[in-house]
Design a protein around this ligand. Structure first.
Ligand code: ZN
Length: 132
């Protein structure tokens, strides 16, 4: 079975919203910084006034790799794309970009969020933006 998130106290609320199909970004209420991964303290100013704000779900591919031989649970999906996606809100996150042909993926490709159901959890993925 493919892996699912194992949330920590810092990331539990963020993953719970993902399970509802909602992508959010932590934002500092004192300095306005947005960041990922989710944590209770702002990495820019140290404030503990942090809230989860809705993300647009849109971003661009900053970097990516095409895996031709994935670990066991992913072997049947190779080749597949693992990308560093920069969200419109600023933070970057690593996720799969789901495409029929990995050659479609390149740096600066606009992407939109989608969610894969894995057991009881959802997993954030992206698709080329024109697909949605
Ligand atoms: Zn801050």
């Amino acid at each position: 079975m493919k892996p699912i998130a194992n949330p920590t106290p810092d990331t539990q609320a963020w993953f719970d919203l993902i399970d509802q199909g909602r992508l959010t970004v932590p934002r500092c209420l004192d300095c306005g910084d947005t960041f990922l991964y989710p944590r209770m303290c702002c990495p820019a100013c140290g404030s503990r006034s942090v809230e989860l704000t809705p993300a647009s779900g849109r971003g661009i591919v900053d970097s990516f790799v095409v895996n031709h031989r994935g670990p066991a649970a992913f072997a049947g999906e190779a080749p597949y794309v693992l990308a560093l996606v920069r969200l419109e809100e600023g933070p970057r996150m690593m996720a799969n970009v789901v495409v029929d042909d990995p050659a479609r993926v390149g740096v600066d490709l606009p992407v939109a969020v989608t969610f894969e159901q894995r057991g009881e959890r959802k997993v954030v993925q992206f698709v080329p933006a024109e697909v949605q």
